[in-house]
Write a protein that binds this ligand. Structure first.
Ligand code: GAR
Length: 192
């Protein structure tokens, strides 16, 4: 199963996927390309470290969505990778119909909350401020509804009295780093 990872940030989840691959824990999945819409994103440093092509891919003209020329640019570059699965691992743009149609049924997203609670930006901060005691992360299929597609799997995290926003964030990220590679491994076993 050929996997393309898209990210905008430090890339700790992409790193977890690549570490799982090294440890033999990614099933039949193989990461063939990493793309980032931010030229200085940490996720791009994973390329040389893990021997995977990693490149900045310009998503202009929009800032918060993948549309117009940027969308066409992404569709062309990703199509050339012949992906079976596209993993949004901290890719901070809203996906539009052109991209969804080009890769129908092949796009999954990681979100740092127990959806349907706290969709959108800053899922961790939203849960923290609401004072929930059980939080977590979700991997779901991408549809036009932001963070609203069918849920594939989730992991729960307990917020203790002693937690701070920082320790809580750490728990969520640790849960994500286990959940996302496990989902990819499972999906790869279903791949024809
Ligand atoms: C992750 O916590 C992911 O759940 C979140 O961005 C972070 C990326 O971290 N995604 C979203 O908020 C999407 N709405 P990373 O760059 O270290 O993998």
């Amino acid at each position: 199963m050929r996997v393309v990872i898209l990210g905008s940030g430090r890339g700790s989840n992409a790193e977890a996927i690549l570490l799982a691959k090294q440890a033999g824990g990614l099933g039949r999945a193989e990461v063939v390309q990493i793309f980032s819409d931010k030229p200085d994103a940490g996720i791009l440093t994973l390329g040389p470290r893990f021997g995977v092509p990693a490149a900045f891919l310009d998503a202009a003209p929009y800032k918060t969505k993948l549309d117009g020329a940027g969308e066409q640019h992404y569709i062309a570059a990703i199509t050339a990778c012949r992906p079976d699965l596209i993993v949004l691992a901290g890719f901070m743009r809203v996906i539009k119909p052109g991209f969804l149609t080009a890769f129908a049924g092949k796009i999954i997203n990681l979100h740092p909350s127990l959806l349907p609670s706290f969709p959108g930006l800053d899922g961790i901060g939203q849960a923290w401020r609401r004072g929930v005691k059980i939080a977590g992360c979700t991997v779901h299929e991408v549809t036009l509804e932001v963070d609203g597609g069918p849920i594939i799997d989730q992991a729960a995290v307990r917020i203790d009295e002693s937690d701070t926003l920082e320790t809580f964030s750490g728990k969520i990220h640790a849960a994500e780093h286990v959940l996302l590679p496990a989902v990819i491994a499972r999906l790869s076993q279903k791949q024809p």
